[in-house]
Design a protein around this ligand. Structure first.
Ligand code: GDP
Length: 195
């Protein structure tokens, strides 16, 4: 999709604040600092629209980005954030869980992992959880510009092993720096949302 217009519709802390336009939604999930904002900015051709955060765990809302009045990217708070209290973590956990399991408009989830490291137990748990709920999942291994091309095959193997990949699940190598994988990610989004 050729993107010119993007708006942050709402940073929601409660379900009754979610948009009611009915556009299809694609959620982005991943550990704090994995590169979610950078992926979002790359997809919408902006340098710094979705805020890139150097402070892990700052984003504690579900951010709905209206893309061309056709779909929403939903930035889900990063898991594994340390600075949030246990109570807050439980509340956000509940909100995310309800969003991901009950939202009618949700067409798919992009799970980001860091190509430089083996996926963590948190990543694996999130993948298993999404799969358990039969959500269409695209795994994006990001920051591949930091990995030698000779290591790509190893990265793919490690991600698939650690997440216990379901057969034929899509995995895309991505970089916000080089834009590698951008078209492939868009292709998947278009397929899921029909835009
Ligand atoms: P978020 O917390 O998941 O939204 O992560 P950000 O998008 O804020 O990225 C966290 C850090 O990783 C920032 O310093 C980014 O510049 C950096 N980063 C994100 N994506 C890439 C990438 O593809 N390549 C490189 N080299 N750095 C990246």
């Amino acid at each position: 999709m050729d993107v010119n217009q993007v708006d942050l519709t709402i940073s929601a802390v409660r379900a009754d604040q979610y948009p009611t336009t009915g556009y299809p939604e694609i959620a982005l999930v991943g550990r704090s600092n994995v590169g979610k904002s950078s992926l979002t900015n790359t997809l919408i051709n902006r340098r710094n629209f979705a805020h890139t955060s150097s402070q892990p765990g700052k984003t504690q809302t579900l951010n709905f980005y209206d893309v061309e009045n056709q779909l929403y990217f939903v930035d889900v708070p990063g898991y594994g954030y340390a600075k949030v209290s246990k109570k807050q973590r439980e509340e956000f956990g509940q909100m995310i869980e309800q969003y991901l399991t009950q939202r009618q408009q949700l067409r798919g989830v992009i799970l980001l992992v860091d190509a430089r490291h083996t996926p963590t137990a948190d990543d694996a748990q999130m993948y298993q959880w999404l799969t358990y709920y039969h959500l269409p999942v695209l795994v994006v291994a990001t920051k591949t510009d930091k990995v030698k091309p000779s290591q790509y095959t190893k990265v793919i193997k490690e991600v698939k092993n650690k997440l216990q990949f379901v057969k034929d699940q899509p995995l895309i190598l991505f970089s916000a720096t080089s834009k590698r994988g951008k078209d492939d990610v868009w292709h998947w989004i278009e397929k899921q949302t029909g835009v």
